[in-house]
Design a protein around this ligand. Structure first.
Ligand code: FAD
Ligand code: NAG
Ligand code: NAG
Length: 746
């Protein structure tokens, strides 16, 4: 069967041809002098040799020239895995409208008229030399028309990200193994048992019963599961994703992002300005998060209490919920061994008098030096849902279902007091394949109904509001007030190797800029995970050579985020055609100013710490490069003993940064909040103070979507505490009681 341009199919050969031509220009094959200019980017020997030399230096001493030559010769499309990954993306993960947009552009680029309009050439892209194609991509980046800038942004992110995941030589060049080297062997872990459905009758759905069904096994769902199961309720926890044993983790970059994250690792906001990552696995975001365990701050708690009429947040009951979740996971700072990236943040801030502190980790009081947690933690060191809450719940009798995609909440025909009465959920269960994996074609699919008088939606901020909508609820706040903590990445290049993927990921935070408006809004500065495809795509693409050279430096780089507590929000809604989650969100200028202040602050810290280069993701702002003190370098300004943020070159660069601004910068978010927000009545919120959805009896939301506004801190602990509070309430209403000193049935 040949591929067609039909929207259900992948790319046609013609469309792939154009996309490959674009990819081969973003990440070109570079050769010296001779080469096919349609396939390669032949360079003058001097340029080629000096670039090879510089990359060689980045590779280090036990390099081999062949490796560098192979790296230079590699293009985005060299590996079949690249095309396979893009094909999967288009087929499985792109919302219909985005797919249509992409197909439209690729089709236009295949015609003379379309080419002329889009590229200025009547020749189609795949018949143009690589060098000309690069020029076209550059002209898109600097176009006055946002359409072209967005096109550049999305295509350059797409191509670079998938090349970084599939490259044959990158990991050898930067010496970053696919799996951590110093990882301790896994400790005993909890073997989960999952309910299996026999294929008795294919037409009739399977039906099971429970007191409570919890949809989503992430941070919110897992805590609710333990709390409710220990209170004596018959609990079932379901997740559409699957469990990965510690032995299987971390996954490789390519498969980890595809298997452990929502939508294959990539969700773009409609305007392509924001990349959203959300975990989707047994354990939810807790399986991939970075152990940062910060409690909700007082100014946020006050806002939630006063502005939203939710006194719970200023009570000691909430504090107790925070403390209890931290206690269970052994949250603390005592065992932290900061890596270079975090040390630079702590020390740089100290030198400038900025407020900075270590970030407590949920690692049970032990050091947890695993920079790979984003791809799943193989050590059991991180006391996430799969190591703490879910095993506790199992011990108290909770049952689990993996691979169960809940499609809707069911209600009784009658109402009580005007409220719809919950009767359970229904959805589709997909078994593992014969090998216990999830890729085979021999997987069974069953319709399953769970009957329960209480349903807790813990599907996360992107999932829960969509379930409510699919179930026929119409409150206009559902899906609105989306907060994302938009973050912008800053990278530093050091003179020495720092191997940034080693050591813990996020162990320090600078709070100097967290309250820039006097009302609790500003930016936090934190270290970030150093996964090549997530990190290196953040920086503007200038040309193929520059990109490859920057990538080759990653072993000497550390990365940071300036993350805003966003005052203004967006919304999520189901794609009208395929129902998947769409995100409408544009970072507000108000929040952008805060992010910019944060980027400037980070740069100052890195400068006084002696970073050689400082990279931002601001298009149009070249990286700051500290003048070299090497004798054979062209610029021979001595390196200052005591760098000061008043140094002229640095000051000039900061001024340029403020001039350019972050308007066109790509942002990223690992923190989604607020789409089923809690409030004092249905006119301002989706759920009430007890977590129950307005207009229903028995439907609750317990996850990050319940936040009244952005939490300001990394949301896990707040999510867990709120979920514990809501679950305590449910238990109480059900006639069981969760006391602080233990559990007692009433
Ligand atoms: C890479 C990364 C690093 C992070 N690091 C930190 C950190 O260090 N500190 C911190 O505080 N926060 C961190 N976070 C954020 C944190 O993980 C989230 O805020 C938290 O997981 C939110 O919990 P939740 O219960 O709302 O949703 P989740 O934990 O995302 O759980 C939702 C679950 O619901 C399931 N689901 C969705 N739809 C359905 C359906 N239809 N049927 C069945 N199941 C469904 C999903 O598969 C998922 O497992 C990080 C996030 C990411 C992505
Ligand atoms: C990461 O996930 C675990 C749960 O998996 C959670 O306990 C922890 O708090 C999360 N992150 C943080 C907040 O470190
Ligand atoms: C899960 O169910 C929803 C709603 O029925 C549907 O839109 C979605 O495509 C399903 N997801 C998967 C992975 O099957």
């Amino acid at each position: 069967m040949t591929a067609t341009a039909d929207n259900d199919a992948g790319l046609s050969p013609e469309q792939w041809g154009i996309l490959a031509a674009i990819a081969g220009a973003f990440v070109p094959s570079c050769t010296s002098l001779n080469g096919n200019r349609l396939l390669q980017n032949p360079l003058p020997p001097q340029v080629y040799d000096s670039l090879c030399q510089r990359i060689q230096q980045n590779v280090g001493q036990n390099d081999d020239q062949e490796l560098v030559a192979k790296f230079m010769a590699e293009s985005a499309t060299s590996q079949p895995a690249f095309q396979a990954a893009i094909t999967d993306l288009v087929k499985l993960y792109m919302p219909d409208e985005a797919k249509k947009g992409l197909f439209f552009i690729l089709k236009a680029l295949n015609t003379r008229a379309g080419s002329l309009v889009l590229t200025g050439y009547a020749t189609s892209l795949d018949c143009l030399p690589v060098a000309d194609r690069q020029q076209i991509l550059q002209s898109w980046a600097t176009s006055r028309l946002p359409f072209f800038r967005n096109l550049h942004k999305s295509l350059s992110a797409l191509v670079r990200s998938f090349w970084l995941r599939t490259s044959a030589n990158l990991r050898a060049v930067i010496d970053c193994p696919e799996r951590p080297v110093h990882n301790p062997p896994p400790k005993a872990f909890h073997p989960f048992e999952f309910i299996q459905f026999a294929s008795t009758s294919l037409s009739e759905p399977d039906v099971i019963e429970a007191d409570v069904v919890i949809v989503g096994s992430g941070c919110g769902g897992a805590v609710a599961a333990k709390t409710l199961a220990e209170a004596g309720l018959n609990v079932i926890v379901v997740d559409k994703s699957y469990y990965w044993t510690p032995q299987m983790l971390p996954l490789t970059e390519a498969s980890g992002l595809a298997s452990l994250f929502e939508n294959g690792g990539t969700i773009l906001s409609d305007d392509a300005s924001m990349t959203v990552v959300a975990g989707s696995a047994w354990g939810g975001g807790g399986t991939v998060n970075w152990s940062a365990s910060l409690q909700t701050q007082s100014f946020v708690r006050r806002e939630w209490s006063q502005k939203f009429g939710l006194p719970y947040f200023t009570t000691s009951a909430f504090q107790d919920d925070l403390d209890k979740v931290c206690e269970r996971m052994g949250v603390g700072t005592s065992a932290i061994e900061h890596n270079k990236g975090n040390r630079a943040l702590l020390e740089g801030a100290r030198k400038l008098g900025f407020t900075v502190k270590p970030v407590p980790q949920n690692t049970g009081g032990e050091a947890h030096n695993c920079g790979y947690c984003t791809l799943g933690c193989g050590s059991c060191g991180k006391k996430g849902p799969t190591e703490s809450w879910l095993p506790d719940a199992a011990k108290a009798g909770a049952r689990f279902i993996e691979g169960f995609n809940v499609s809707e909440v069911t209600f009784a025909d009658t109402k009580t007091g005007g409220n719809r009465i919950v009767t359970g959920v229904k959805g589709t269960w997909t078994s593992r394949d014969g090998n216990g994996k999830v890729a085979g074609s021999d997987r069974r699919i069953r319709q399953v109904i769970i009957k329960a008088p209480r349903v807790v939606a813990s599907m996360g901020t992107l999932g829960s509001p969509l379930l409510l909508k699919r179930s026929g609820l119409t409150n206009s706040h559902i899906g609105r007030h989306l907060h994302l903590h938009p973050a912008s990445i800053v990278g530093a290049v050091w003179d020495e190797d720092v191997r940034p993927w080693e050591g813990p990921i996020l162990t320090s935070v600078c709070t100097e800029f967290e309250n820039l408006d006097g009302e609790g809004y500003g930016a936090k500065l934190e270290a970030t995970a150093m996964i090549p495809s997530l990190f290196l795509t953040a920086f503007p693409w200038r040309d193929g050579l520059h990109f490859k050279e920057t990538a080759s430096k990653m072993k000497r780089m550390t990365g940071y985020i300036s993350l805003a507590r966003d005052r203004y929000g967006g919304r999520v809604f189901p794609d009208p055609i395929d129902g998947r989650c769409r995100i409408r969100y544009t970072t507000n200028k108000y929040d952008q100013r805060h992010i910019l202040e944060g980027i400037a602050g980070l740069s100052q810290m890195l400068y006084v710490e002696g970073a050689r280069e400082i990279h931002t993701s601001i298009p149009g702002l070249d990286p700051f490069v500290r003048p070299s003190d090497e004798p054979n370098s062209k610029i021979t300004v001595a390196r200052k003993e005591q760098p000061s943020i008043n140094d002229e070159e640095f000051k000039a660069w900061l001024a340029k940064m403020h001039h350019v601004g972050v308007g066109d910068t790509p942002f990223a978010s690992a923190h989604q909040m607020g789409t089923c927000r809690m409030g004092s009545d249905a006119s301002n919120s989706v759920i009430g103070p007890n977590g129950q959805v307005w207009g229903t009896k028995g439907l609750y939301v317990a996850d990050a979507s319940a936040f009244p506004s952005a939490s300001g801190v990394n949301p896990m602990i707040t999510t867990m505490a709120i979920s514990r509070g809501i679950a305590r309430g449910i238990a109480k209403d059900a006639g069981v009681n969760v006391g602080t000193a233990g559990l007692t049935k009433l």
